[in-house]
Ligand binder design. Structure first.
Ligand SMILES: [Zn+2]
Length: 278
């Protein structure tokens, strides 16, 4: 298994969102401390604008965690490569968490706290009165939201490799390097296939993406290095990866050695026998 820092994708963010919803829904914000001003994205309101607001819900928008508040406001959290959200229940000693990389903390009136940690600060926070976050961020629908017909339309217009289009958050949100590779393997589509030629396989690509993502969500996501759920536990989908990080190892379907190439600047894993170039 190759191990490197990676950005959480749809299953990891969905896992975080579900856990956070159980912890913070209906809590009232007491204070928001932004300890590194540069963690706030341009156009963000200040943390103090959330004081007194109630957490009405937690949602995933693409690969972003979004806390929705009442009165209406949104906190959009992009975890970057190494960002972590940790929830401290009321009375729990937050001191055992390493402080140097804690960049923001929301304290709730019941004594609980939600802290954002990021060792490398590729992540960001955005506080906004807007609720249409997908529109605000300019990102496309995720594989659970779009139809095969919509995906066909997106692919048909593009000449780039299909893998590149699947990674483009403006086209399809939620997929990153791991799940794009796993999706195309399951769909038996070579990642270098031109998107406009892969468009005829949009149905199987979409159903494959959903199957891979659903299974990964059930496993709590894929932990290669940094990703943790808000209670500090790891996902386990890394044990079920078919191609990602398996360069040189036998394909579980046909026994051929999994190959690695670079597409859209990203290491791309595929089976040269199961996924034939179009
Ligand atoms: Zn194979």
């Amino acid at each position: 298994m190759e191990r490197w820092n990676r950005m959480p994708e749809l299953p990891e963010v969905e896992t975080i969102v579900r856990a956070l919803a159980r912890s913070v829904r209906d809590l009232t914000v007491e204070t928001v401390s932004i300890l590194r001003g540069d963690i706030l994205r341009g156009g963000s309101l200040s943390g103090s604008s959330l004081a007194g607001a109630r957490v009405a819900g937690v949602e995933r928008v693409g690969k972003n965690v979004v806390l929705l508040f009442e009165p209406p406001a949104s906190l959009v959290i992009n975890l970057g490569m190494t960002g972590r959200l940790l929830f401290h229940a009321p009375g729990e000693r937050a001191a055992r968490v390493p402080v140097p990389h804690r960049h923001a903390a929301i304290r709730f009136s019941n004594g609980g706290a939600l802290c954002y940690h990021d060792a490398r600060r590729f992540g960001s926070l955005l506080i906004t009165k807007r609720l249409d976050i997908a529109v605000l961020l300019g990102i496309g629908k995720d594989p659970f939201q779009m139809s095969a017909r919509e995906l066909r339309g997106i692919l048909a217009k593009r000449n780039a490799p299909v893998k590149a289009v699947l990674l483009d958050q403006k086209a399809v949100s939620g997929l990153g390097n791991i799940y794009a590779d796993e999706t195309l393997y399951r769909a038996r589509v070579h990642p270098a296939t031109r998107a406009r030629k892969a468009a005829e396989h949009a149905g199987v690509i979409l159903s494959s993406a959903r199957a891979v993502l659903r299974r990964a969500i059930r496993r709590g996501g894929t932990t290669l290095r940094d990703y943790r759920t808000p209670d500090g536990s790891k996902g386990s989908f890394q044990h079920e990866l078919a191609v990602y990080g398996r360069t040189g190892q036998p394909c579980t379907g046909c026994g051929a050695a999994i190959q690695k190439t670079i597409i859209a600047g990203r290491g791309t894993h595929f089976c040269p026998s199961c996924q034939r170039p179009a």
